[in-house]
Design a protein around this ligand. Structure first.
Ligand code: PEP
Length: 249
């Protein structure tokens, strides 16, 4: 059965003091059930976050990793480095990584393979730009990103894959895809996976929506049958807002 998930991507926000304060605020929030809650602080604070949340059900995940096992890749972090501090899940393919750090579909396919080899969960992000949507190419773009980034995997590997559909035009812009637009795309994605991998894989994969999700719109988006939760950027930086979103599921 597929999981409900709400994950917060903190991006390049929060110094040590701010990280400690946000984790402390999250820890005081009540319990939650039926939903997996994850946070992705910046890599320098992962170790602290894992320790600080060791008694909590909140899982700490990475924002990115390199595809190589180790070596001369200045500034990068590897799968085994993440795992050595207790991080077993990683966001890959975020549109900011694709746009500002030139992450290609090919590099992402390699990163995904490395994560799978390490038995790590992958929160794989993809989504169309505004011009793609305007030109009605959004299904085509999403299909290409999925085929190139993920469809080299064997069916068995899909048990550790989480999808995050994030239309680029809705990220950090205050512009949200309507619940109907989100559902339409999520249903398309699930049917594509069914065609390639069969019904069991398609039914079991969680597909998150990301793009300006807030307490005010979360419930309506999450109520759609193919939306299994959200990847949250801006609103994840405030414990009250993030938990209001978690409770909307
Ligand atoms: C994100 O960056 O993954 C994201 C969804 O950001 P925001 O919620 O701020 O649009």
């Amino acid at each position: 059965m597929r999981k409900k998930i709400v994950a917060g991507n903190w991006k390049m926000n929060n110094n040590k003091t701010e990280t400690e304060a946000l984790i402390a605020a999250l820890s005081t929030k009540g319990s939650f059930s039926g939903v997996a809650v994850k946070i992705a602080p910046t890599s320098i604070h992962l170790s602290h976050a894992v320790e600080a949340l060791s008694d909590s059900a909140i899982e700490v995940i990475g924002q990115n990793m390199h595809q190589a096992e180790n070596g001369a890749y200045t500034g990068e972090i590897s799968a085994s480095m993440l795992q050595s501090v207790g991080v077993n899940s990683v966001i890959l393919g975020h549109s900011e990584r694709r746009a500002y750090f030139n992450e290609t579909d090919e590099a992402l396919a390699e990163k995904v393979s490395t994560a799978v080899t390490h038995d790590m969960e992958v929160v794989f992000c993809f989504g169309e730009e505004l011009e793609d949507r305007k030109a009605e190419r959004h299904f085509e773009v999403v299909e290409r990103q999925l085929r190139k980034g993920l469809f080299h995997l064997e069916a068995a590997a899909w048990k550790t894959i989480v999808l995050a559909y994030e239309p680029v035009w809705a990220i950090g812009t205050g512009e949200t895809a309507s619940p109907e637009q989100a559902q339409e795309m999520h249903a398309f994605i699930r049917s594509l996976i069914e065609k390639v991998y069969g019904e069991a894989v398609a039914d079991n994969v969680s597909i998150l929506y990301g793009g300006s999700v807030k307490p005010a719109n979360a419930q309506e988006i999450f109520s759609k049958p193919d939306v299994d939760g959200g990847l949250i950027g801006g609103a994840a930086l405030n414990a009250d807002d993030f938990f209001a979103i978690v409770q909307s599921i």
